[in-house]
Design a protein around this ligand. Structure first.
Ligand SMILES: [Fe+2]
Length: 170
């Protein structure tokens, strides 16, 4: 009985879709980890935007705000790819923390050079995750996810580039 009720509740969220159930679940799993990582990186970028200090304050403060906005801008599309393929996505800050692989930085003080290099590494980690999701999407014949990931990858590579150049000594 309890099992029936549970499967009815889940069925309510099963958007019609012709992708194979198992393969699309794997893509959704990858997208949900990505969503958690993107939100974690969004918050870390804002954290550094708020706490950056030093002679390049204005440049870094503005750069990190631009990047945070760009990162936040893809969250809805990631979650909705999961829903369009008949799966469920994240529901809370707790859910994000259980899925994220990008680490938070709660240090009291982080120097500006360390901020830039940590964010650069996190963005490159994101690029790797985008590649993995693209592979899963292609295996599942999920063309839309595979296509949309390219733009997200390009943006993350651009952020890593800006962070690298801004942190160069000369
Ligand atoms: Fe701000």
């Amino acid at each position: 009985m309890a099992k029936d009720a549970k499967s009815r509740r889940t069925a309510n969220l099963a958007t019609p879709n012709d992708l194979g159930a198992n393969a699309s679940k794997e893509v959704a799993g990858g997208l949900n980890i990505l969503l958690a990582d993107v939100i974690a990186l969004y918050f870390k970028t804002k954290n550094f935007h708020w706490h950056v200090s030093g002679p390049h304050f204005r440049d870094y403060h503005l750069l990190l705000d631009d990047q945070a906005q760009q990162i936040y801008g893809i969250t809805d599309a990631i979650a909705e790819r999961v829903r369009k393929t008949g799966n469920v996505t994240l529901r809370s800050i707790g859910d994000i923390s259980r899925h994220q692989t990008i680490k938070d930085n709660d240090a009291n003080f982080v120097g500006p050079a360390d901020m830039l290099s940590e964010l650069r590494d996190d963005n490159l980690k994101l690029v790797e995750s985008f590649r993995n999701v693209k592979e899963l999407a292609e295996a599942a014949k999920d063309n839309a996810t595979s296509g949309i990931v390219d733009e997200w990858t390009d943006q993350a590579e651009e952020r890593a580039w800006f962070l690298f150049e801004a942190s160069r000594k000369a």
